[in-house]
Every structure is written in structure tokens, then in C-alpha cells.
Design a protein around this ligand. Structure first.
Ligand code: KIV
Ligand code: ZN
Length: 509
């Protein structure tokens, strides 16, 4: 059998993904995600756009310092100061890349850049030449390529490859392309750019028409050997092509695509959850590959078929993407060893102290909830192992509420061994609870978004609350879980307080 071509996976969750409205992540969350992407076997991680802020520069540099196996990439406009910032930020990386971009469509040239084609061509060549003086691995993107004149596109690609670009990326910046047309564009580039054999062709598709994955795969069918995508498809406007869908399509239908990737698919669900938590974007249950219902068979006919032979209705084995079923795993009589072994089987390895805290929490949950599922264990661990300091913690929350009763909540918080109590009333129990926490912590939060989801099924399921809160002029996202939804709400809000205070401490350092 002929050897299959490799398609490189370029993840831009930390750059284009973070451009999704309301998705900004802090440095520690970005590093956690970068580790997750490295475990996933991602070839290139685009860690950010270093010139746009000190925060962006620092997080690209932090990723560059810690990531060893993936290439770390920084984005730059075709401007000297951008390229210098990107070069400085990726400098500590073992494998580094600078990604320069410049718009090439008539619309962008006339209205945004107000430059002629020749001026643009010179800027692109100068930018790639400078980037190549800094690193050996340089990518060039003609922004809005799918709406650019093909002749000009071929000309600029030939010129940047001559100047040293090792990857040429073809963005469908506004998500306007359709698969037949985008695939044709990639084929035309492969056939009309004389020195194209010196560079890898890459796809970068946005999802405005819901075609980002289909367009990217059409690109692969026509010779692209790098795909740019994001976890859960997060990104600017309707988002980018979803990484998990592309990888699993290439994997599952290798008979059609004739390609492979380096992705370790068993890590997919874990990273998906990590990104969902950090961005606050809940994954819809019907989302392909990572949605809660992606492997659930409800119809009796389907269930019967799967029980007789899995392949009747399943094209992917759930465990191949790290999706764990809701089989009963542990109960209140389970010991520390069983708890640790089950976590290990789920790919979670904790340090002794973290294991102690998580086990204590597991015991409390198992006391209230007879059946503790894998999803519960993951939620417990994620809830306990925070990427920020636990300055405040919840001791207790008691409330009185109901029809025709004004909600009254008493909150007891702990900090440095001392307890603080406050009672409050409000429009509802959550409002009253948050007012009490504000009064104790002296940090007034504005609740921007709140959602609650059950972690598993059943009336005794753990509830997971996500809050998006503006505190101290900054927006933070935090979570909390409990079988009691007011307790979960209180924990989520306290985590938002802790995150805000930790970030304040970090910036003072
Ligand atoms: O969508 C786009 O054009 C981009 C470029 C910076 C590659 O994100
Ligand atoms: Zn983009």
C-alpha cells in the first residue's frame, strides 16, 4: 500500500480562537491549553499576536518557553515592529515560526490598505525577508485570499516563496468560499505558482456559511498539507474550522483523503473541555465528535443494532476520541486507590496534595449521589485543581426562598483560616448570594452571563455553573459544581473572585 501523506495540523485556538467575542483567556489558561495541544500531538501552535498587547506578548513567550514538541508560532502584520515582536516572543521555543499576513483582495487594497498591487507585493516580500532573518520557518498569508484576483495571488505567492516563505496559507477570511470553489483555488495554486514545490500549502477557513470544515477538506483533497483550525471551532464571528472534525474526517475516511495526521485522537475530548471551560463557550450537545450526544443512541432500533454489532450505527469508537461513557464507576465505599486508578484510566494524574483535595470532594459528592460517573470525576477534579490561587473558599451557604417569599441567603466564606458571614436578600437566591459575596470580599462584580448544565443525567446529577463576571474592570470566566445549584452558583462566583485577585497579584509581580 502506498504511504499516506501527512497533513500538518496548525492550531490557532490561542490566536484566532481567542478573537471570538468574549473569549479572552489569561496567561495560565493559555499555557494549560498549550500543554493540552502538545499532548494532542499538534504540529504547530499559533500562540498569539505578540505586538497587540503586553499580555499577548507575554503569553506567547510563556508558551514558547514551555512547549517542547510542537512548533510555537507568533502572528505579525507585514510591518517591522510586528515581526520583531513575534520574533522576540517565540525566541525561547525549541521549534519556532513567524506567521506574516497581508491582505490581497481588491476590496481590502482599495478600502483598508489604500495601496496598489505592486506596493502590496513589495511589502509582503520585505516582510518575509525580514522574518526569515529571524527564524527559518516562515508562513505567509494573503488575507482574504478566496476573494483575491487569482493572477495577483499567484504572483505574490511566487514572490514570497522566493523570499523564503516555507508555508503559504490561503485564508477564506470572511467564510465566503464553497467547497468546489475553494478546492479549485488550492489546485490552481498548486498548478500555477512555479516554485510551489518549495512550500507547503495551508488552508484557513472561517465558518460564516457553516462550510469551514468542508472547505478545509476540499483543500486537502486538492493538495493542501497543512490545515489551520481551532478546538471546538471557536474563533472570530461564526468561528474557524473545527480541529476535531477535520482530524476525525481525515482519520475515519482515509480511504477518501489518503492522508494521516500526527494527532493523538484519544486526547480530543479532554482538550475540548479545557477550551470550553476557559472560553466559557458551552459545547452544544449535538456538536460532531465532542458534543454530549455525539455517541448517544436514543432510538430503540439503533440501541438494538449497536448492542448486536457496534458498527451498525457507530462510525467512530467513542474511546478513540477520549469520550467516556456514563458507566457507573465509583460509589461512597470506593477507596483512595480506586479513585486514583480510575482518574489515571481517564488520563488524569494528580500530585499527592491535589489527590487528597479531590478525594475529599469525591467523598462528599458520593455521599449525596449514589452513582458517581466518569464525567462527575472529571468535573470534581477540574473544580478542585485551579489555575489560580484559592484566596476565598466557601464554608457554607444557607437560604430561604420560594413562591411569595423574598429570597434570603446567608453566606460563610473562609480566607486564611478566618470565617466571614453575611446575610443578604435579592431578586432571587443567586442575586442575594452574589450580593453577600460582594459584601464580604469587597469586590463588586457585574454578572454578564450565567449558565447551568447537568454533568450527567438524573435528578441527583452534579450541576455545573459557568459565570462570566466583570470585576475590577476585567472580565473573567469561572465555574463551580455541586449537587446543590445554589452552592454551585456560589462556588463559580467565588472562583471568579479568586481569579480576579490572582490576576491582580500576577500583574503586580
Ligand atoms: O482569517 C484570516 O485571514 C486570518 C489571517 C491572519 C490568517 O486569521
Ligand atoms: Zn482567521
Amino acid at each position: 500500500m502506498a504511504k499516506k501523506d501527512k497533513v500538518l495540523i496548525f492550531d490557532t485556538t490561542l490566536r484566532d480562537g481567542e478573537q471570538a467575542p468574549g473569549a479572552s483567556m489569561n496567561e495560565k489558561e493559555k499555557l494549560e491549553i498549550a500543554y493540552g495541544l502538545e499532548r494532542l500531538g499538534i504540529d504547530i501552535i499559533e500562540a498569539g499576536f505578540p505586538v497587540i498587547s503586553k499580555g499577548d506578548f507575554d503569553s506567547v513567550q510563556m508558551v514558547a518557553k514551555h512547549i517542547k514538541t510542537s512548533t510555537v508560532c507568533g502572528l505579525a502584520r507585514s510591518i517591522k515592529k510586528d515581526i520583531e515582536a513575534a520574533a522576540d516572543a517565540v525566541k525561547p521555543a525549541k521549534k519556532k515560526r513567524i506567521h506574516v499576513f497581508l491582505a490581497t483582495s481588491k476590496i481590502h487594497l482599495q478600502h483598508k490598505l489604500r495601496k496598489s498591487e505592486d506596493e502590496i507585493l513589495k511589502m509582503a516580500v520585505d516582510a518575509v525577508t525580514l522574518a526569515r532573518q529571524k527564524v527559518d520557518d516562515v508562513e505567509f498569508s494573503p488575507e482574504d485570499a478566496s476573494r483575491s484576483e487569482k493572477e495577483f495571488l499567484f504572483r505574490i505567492l511566487e514572490a514570497v516563496i522566493k523570499a523564503g516563505a516555507t508555508t503559504v496559507n490561503i485564508p477564506d477570511t470572511v467564510g465566503y468560499g464553497v467547497p468546489s470553489e475553494y478546492g479549485r483555488l488550492i489546485a490552481d495554486i498548486a498548478n500555477n505558482v512555479p516554485n510551489i514545490n518549495k512550500a507547503i500549502i495551508s488552508t484557513h477557513c472561517h465558518d460564516d456559511l457553516g462550510l469551514a470544515v468542508a472547505n478545509s477538506l476540499a483543500g486537502v483533497m486538492n493538495g493542501a498539507r497543512q490545515v489551520e483550525c481551532t478546538i471546538n471551532g471557536v474563533g472570530e464571528r461564526a468561528g474557524n474550522a473545527s480541529l476535531e472534525e477535520i482530524v476525525m474526517a481525515i482519520n475515519t475516511r482515509s480511504d477518501v483523503y489518503g492522508c494521516t495526521t500526527n494527532v493523538k485522537t484519544k486526547e480530543i475530548c479532554r482538550v475540548s473541555r479545557l477550551v470550553s471551560k476557559a472560553t466559557g463557550f458551552v459545547v452544544p450537545p449535538n456538536k460532531a465528535i465532542v458534543g454530549a450526544n455525539a455517541f448517544r443512541h436514543e432510538s430503540g432500533i439503533h440501541q438494538d443494532g449497536v448492542l448486536k454489532e457496534r458498527t451498525t450505527y457507530e462510525i467512530i469508537r467513542p474511546e478513540d476520541v477520549g469520550f467516556h461513557g456514563t458507566g457507573l464507576v465509583l460509589g461512597k465505599h470506593s477507596g483512595r486507590h480506586a479513585f486514583r486508578d480510575r482518574l489515571k484510566a481517564l488520563g488524569v494524574i494528580l500530585k499527592d496534595k491535589e489527590l487528597d483535595t479531590a478525594f475529599e470532594r469525591f467523598k462528599a459528592v458520593a455521599d449525596k449521589k449514589k452513582q458517581v460517573f466518569d464525567e462527575d470525576l472529571i468535573a470534581i477534579v477540574e473544580d478542585e485543581i485551579k489555575v489560580f490561587q484559592k484566596i476565598w473558599s466557601l464554608d457554607s451557604v444557607t437560604y430561604q426562598s420560594g413562591t411569595n417569599v423574598k429570597p434570603q441567603v446567608e453566606v460563610v466564606l473562609k480566607s486564611k483560616g478566618k470565617k466571614y458571614t453575611k446575610s443578604s436578600s435579592g431578586d432571587g437566591p443567586v442575586d442575594a448570594c452574589y450580593k453577600a459575596i460582594d459584601a464580604i470580599t469587597k469586590l463588586k462584580g457585574e454578572l454578564i452571563d450565567y449558565s447551568i448544565q447537568s454533568v450527567t443525567r438524573g435528578k441527583d446529577a452534579l450541576g455545573e455553573v459557568m459565570v462570566k463576571v466583570k470585576m475590577d474592570g476585567k472580565q473573567v470566566i469561572a465555574h463551580g459544581t455541586s449537587t446543590d445549584i445554589l452552592e454551585a452558583s456560589a462556588k463559580a462566583y467565588i472562583n471568579a473572585v479568586n481569579k480576579t485577585l490572582s490576576q491582580k497579584k500576577d500583574t503586580k509581580k
